[in-house]
Ligand binder design. Structure first.
Ligand code: TRP
Ligand code: SF4
Length: 520
C-alpha cells in the first residue's frame, strides 16, 4: 500500500492516529508513489542525479530523470568505467500482459547488457503463484509473453541468462542458505507478514533474495537491480543478508577494545588532536586522550563521548594508535587462520579479531573477501539498485494493469494503442486560446510522459522540443496527441513484428516454459 494523504487533514481528524503524508513501500501493494522526495529522506534512497556524471553515455531514462533514485549505483558505474565485470538482474511477475511500464525495466537490462554487464532476467513464477494466486497455466502464458517482448527489445539470451524461479535449482539452494540468516520477525517487520501469511509467500521472498545475489555465485561482482521503488524493501533485505553471510567484518579501530561507529568518530578526533595533549605525540596514551576529551568535549553526542572516555580510561596506558580491524563473523577456523597469515606487516591477533597496522582499509577489505571466497564463502558485494518513476495512467491517476484504458499493453493492437493515446487525459488548458496564452502543463501530462519515457526514445532534442512547445503554448493537445498516437501505433506494430521474429528464432522460450515443475 503506497498512500499519500492530504496534509490539510491533521492527525486524528480522519480517525487515524497519524499518518499524514506517509509513503509506504509495499511490493504487493499499489505501484504508485505520491512523493518521490520523501523516498530520499525516509528510506535513504539516494538521488540518481548525483551519480549521473559518473555514468558513461547514460541511458535516456537516466538523462531525463525517469530513473530518479539508486542505492550504491556508484559501484556499478565505477566498474563500467574501469571495464571491470559487473552484473544486472531483474525479475518479472507474470500476472498479466507486459505493458509499457515493464518496457522501462526491459530497456534498463538491455542497456546494461550492451555495456558489458552479465545480465539476468527471471520470471518470478513462485511469487506470482503464492502472492497473487495465479494459476500455472496463466503463469506459463504470461511468462512467454514477457520474454518475447524482452527479446524483441534486444536482450541477447546467448550472452545473458533467463530463468524462472521454480526450476532454478541453484537459486533454490541459495535461497535455503540465505533463509538461515533471516527469521519471521524480520519478515513481519519489513513486509507486514502475520500469522495468516502463507508459507509459500515467505518462500517467494527468500527466493527473491537468492535471485538478487545469484549473479554473484561464481564470483562477487557489483550488481545492479533495476526495479520500481516498491521493490526497495527487497533490495534492503538482500543487502542486509549479503552482509550477514560475510565471513569477516572490517572496521577502523584505535586501541584493543571494541567500539561502535559513534565512539570511533570520537576516538578519531582525539587521535587527530594528539599533538595538543600527548607527552610523546608519536605515542599518545589512551588515558591522555580521555583527559583531553573530558575537558574539551568536542561536538558529539554526549553519551557517546562519555562512553568513549570510559573505554579510554579503562585502557589506561595503552597507546592510542589507528589500525584496521578484521572481526571474525561467520568465518571457518581455516579461513580465519588464512586471513591472519595473509596480513602483511605488523599485526596483533585476538580471540575473534585481528588488527592490521600497516595496511589500509581497502586493502584489508579486499584481502578479507579473497580469503572468504577461497574458503567457500560467498564474499557478496552488497547489491546496488536503480529506481524508475512509475508512469501516470493515460486516464490520470495511476497506471494499472486492471484498468486497460490506463495503460498500453505491448500486445495491444496498434490501432487500440492509437485510440488509447487519442483518448488520454492531458495537461492542456480548457480552450485552445488559454493554451496559447498560458502554455500546457507538460509536467502533469501523461501524453508528455509517453514522449519522454518511450516515444522520443534516444532523441533528446525531440523530447525537449515537445516540452518547450507545450509549455510555450505553441503546441495544442489535439495535434500533440495525434503525433503521439501515431508514434505509438508504429512502435506497437514494429514491436509485435519483432516478437514474431524472435519467437521463431529462439527456442530458449519453449525450454523455459515446458516441462518445468514436477508438481503443479
Ligand atoms: N518481486 C518482483 C515483482 O514484484 C519480481 C522479482 C522477483 C524480482 N525476483 C526479483 C525483481 C529479483 C528484481 C530482482 O515484480
Ligand atoms: Fe500534453 Fe501535448 Fe497537451 Fe502539452 S500539448 S499538455 S504535452 S498533450
Amino acid at each position: 500500500m503506497t498512500s499519500e494523504q492530504d496534509d490539510t487533514q491533521g492527525p486524528g481528524t480522519d480517525g487515524r492516529e497519524s499518518g499524514a503524508d506517509e509513503v509506504v513501500l509495499d511490493p504487493w501493494g499499489s505501484s504508485s508513489v505520491g512523493d518521490y522526495q520523501s523516498l530520499f529522506a525516509e528510506f535513504g534512497i539516494e538521488e540518481f542525479e548525483d551519480v549521473l556524471p559518473g555514468v558513461p553515455t547514460p541511458h535516456y531514462l537516466m538523462r531525463r530523470g525517469v530513473i530518479f533514485g539508486h542505492r550504491e549505483y556508484d559501484r556499478v558505474a565505477a566498474a563500467m568505467r574501469a571495464d571491470e565485470p559487473f552484473a544486472a538482474l531483474s525479475g518479472f511477475m507474470p500476472t498479466g500482459d507486459p505493458h509499457i511500464g515493464h518496457k522501462l525495466v526491459f530497456d534498463e537490462l538491455i542497456w546494461h547488457q550492451n555495456r558489458g554487464g552479465d545480465t539476468y532476467a527471471l520470471i518470478a513464477d513462485l511469487e506470482a503463484h503464492s502472492a497473487r494466486g495465479m494459476t500455472w497455466v496463466d503463469i506459463d502464458k504470461h511468462a512467454r509473453d514477457y520474454l518475447l517482448s524482452l527479446l524483441a527489445l534486444g536482450f541477447d539470451p546467448e550472452a545473458g541468462h533467463i530463468y524462472r524461479q521454480s526450476t532454478n535449482r541453484t537459486v533454490q539452494d541459495l535461497a535455503f542458505a540465505l533463509g538461515s540468516h533471516a527469521n519471521f520477525s524480520e519478515l513481519q517487520a519489513i513486509y507486514g507478514f502475520d500469522g495468516e501469511t502463507n508459507v509459500s509467500h515467505m518462500q517467494s521472498v527468500i527466493t527473491q533474495m537468492a535471485d538478487i545475489l545469484y549473479p554473484q555465485l561464481d564470483r562477487p561482482v557489483p550488481t545492479v537491480i533495476p526495479v520500481g521503488p516498491d521493490q526497495d524493501p527487497h533490495v534492503r533485505l538482500a543487502r542486509d543478508l549479503a552482509a550477514r553471510t560475510r565471513y569477516f567484518g572490517v572496521t577502523e579501530a584505535y586501541a584493543s577494545f571494541e567500539t561502535d561507529a559513534g565512539e570511533r568518530t570520537v576516538l578519531a578526533t582525539a587521535y587527530e588532536a594528539r599533538d595538543e595533549y600527548a607527552a610523546d605525540p608519536a605515542q599518545p596514551r589512551c588515558a591522555e586522550a580521555a583527559d583531553w576529551l573530558a575537558e574539551h568535549r568536542p561536538a558529539s553526542n554526549g553519551e557517546v563521548l562519555d562512553s568513549a572516555v570510559t573505554r579510554l580510561r579503562n585502557a589506561g596506558n595503552e597507546p592510542l594508535r589507528p589500525r584496521v580491524r578484521v572481526l571474525d563473523r561467520n568465518a571457518t577456523e581455516a579461513a580465519f587462520s588464512a586471513l591472519i597469515e595473509a596480513i602483511e606487516g605488523e599485526k596483533r591477533v585476538y580471540d575473534a579479531h585481528v588488527d592490521a597496522f600497516d595496511l589500509d582499509r581497502d586493502e584489508v577489505a579486499s584481502l578479507a573477501r579473497e580469503i572468504e571466497v577461497e574458503h567457500d564463502g560467498f564474499g557478496f558485494v552488497p547489491p546496488s539498485s536503480i529506481y524508475h518513476r512509475f508512469m501516470t495512467g493515460l486516464t490520470g491517476g495511476k497506471m494499472s494493469s486492471s484498468i486497460p484504458a490506463s495503460h498500453i499493453s505491448l500486445l495491444d493492437d496498434p490501432e487500440t494503442g492509437y485510440d488509447k493515446v487519442r483518448a488520454a487525459t492531458t495537461g492542456g488548458r480548457e480552450t485552445a486560446e488559454l493554451q496559447r496564452e498560458l502554455g500546457g502543463r507538460a509536467d502533469e501530462c501523461p501524453v508528455y510522459e509517453l514522449y519522454a519515457y518511450l516515444l522520443a526514445a534516444d532523441d533528446d532534442t525531440f523530447a525537449t522540443r515537445v516540452y518547450e512547445e507545450c509549455v510555450n503554448g505553441e503546441r495544442l493537445c489535439g495535434d500533440c496527441k495525434e503525433q503521439a498516437a501515431e508514434l505509438m501505433r508504429d512502435f506497437l506494430a514494429d514491436h509485435q513484428e519483432r516478437r514474431e521474429e524472435v519467437a521463431a528464432e529462439f527456442d530458449v522460450l519453449e525450454e523455459l516454459i515446458e516441462g518445468s515443475r514436477d508438481v503443479r
